[in-house]
Design a protein around this ligand. Sequence first.
Ligand code: GLN
Length: 545
Amino acid sequence: MKYIFVTGGVVSSLGKGLTAAALGALLELRGLKVRIQKFDPYLNVDPGTMSPFQHGEVYVLEDGAETDLDLGHYERFTSGKLSRLNSMSSGQIYESVIQKERRGAYLGNTVQVIPHVTNEIKERIYQSAKDVDVLITEIGGTTGDIEGLPFVEALRQFALEVGRNDCIFIHVTLVPFLQAAGELKTKPTQQSVAKLREIGIQPHIIACRCEHPLDAGLRDKISLFCNVPVKAVVQAADVSSIYELPLALQKEGLDDLVVELFGLAQKYPRPEKNIWHEIVRRIKTPAHEVSIGVVGKYIELQDAYKSVYESITHGGIANNCKVNIVRIDAEDLEKKDGLKILKTLDGILVPGGFGDRGTEGKIAAARYARENKIPYYGLCLGLQIAVIEFARNVLKLKDANSMEFDPKTPEPVINMMEEQKKIIDKGATMRLGSYECALTPGTLAAKAYKQTSIRERHRHRFEVNNAYVGQLQRGGMIVSGINPRRNLVEIIEIKDHPWFLAVQFHPEFQSKPNIPHPLFAAFIGAALKRGKGGKISKKTAKRSK
Ligand code: GLN
């Protein structure tokens, strides 16, 4: 059993998660069984209750755990499915330690960060390492943060326990370019590594994020000051697509170095074939082009709809098509002439969301897509929006709404789920995780999935009110997927429309660049058809190379 720990230095948002994911992908290519997990030093038990402004997307696992979006990268880059064990926060650790203390499990001892908190952290590493060859653990935050100290200390102890030869520490750090000096600077990296060494951790590999190539002189300098061999100074330069990262890191010899350090180089040589070449080739040389509008309320944030944006890209890969994502603020659609922007689109997507800000704009977008026969794809809230729109404008129930936005609505076409009504706590109490969905043969959904039974991940409290299903169907709405156990509406479509489909679940949590999700592939396919075949112009083709 081998362990890799990924820490970060100098600043946050360095792409540690992507580095971990890309390394996982490279090790998997060599035949190693890999799992990647994340430890986050904040005190929230999980990110489920955090605002997208604070945290970005909440990524939901099959078992219903609400986790950091980096787990999305791990699942997209490697083949394993993750579980709640693979996402741990300080909040969880302290919760568990305090519960044990209340039960008297510490037998009268004073409960302390060392050893009780650090033991709890180490225990979690052992638990998640079962049945894989390599466990990669990313530590959130930046070295030097007070919150992160118990984790780093636990890692030091862990390496001592299992033997230093079985643990590799990778420090991802920033090598900034100073415009005024016209050069890359290594001092922040030196200081950040010094900080790690102060706690007793000597990193084996330094992955340097930089906007310009690291030349030999800089590599020598980092090697000398950070006490690693030159070949362990790895450049992690900016890439135009995140899916280039496995290739870029392989070129830097990162995976060679890791297997060499673990003494596995003979047994797991570099494979001839690398699927990432093909993925990148397809992203960079598309034959077609479409524009997809994503109508949300956090469009200025990079991370709020991470998996949605990635899955759209995968849908593009499936169709040999470049997708221009047009981020549209739902509230802008509520303004005079706001809908103009929709004219330029080949498809409209309304992602998940909470609260009523922007919902009228989203409803207007759904109506525009329905009436103008533009492909529409609704995810979770995007389904609820489509149902409200249909009830108001086709069934003429002008006050139709969701109980979430108007608890007193006379036409609650979207209702709170029965079991949710008595829940008070906000954390981890939604309908979460993977549930079965039975598809109606002959529908767009069944055609896309090419199956009649599927499983998808959920995160919601509200649902289509079954009291209205008959009316909706008579008006021309098709229920193409239901939860067979509880008869809940999971997928809807609209008759006489080229492609109008919305789902109560989150398909974006199960799409990968090499296995694009069938609904995303079908949506982009439909947008492509509408966009007059959208042959890509020579100019765009060149630009996207
Ligand atoms: N707010 C809606 C609900 O709770 C939709 C949730 C979502 O889009 N994830 O049901």
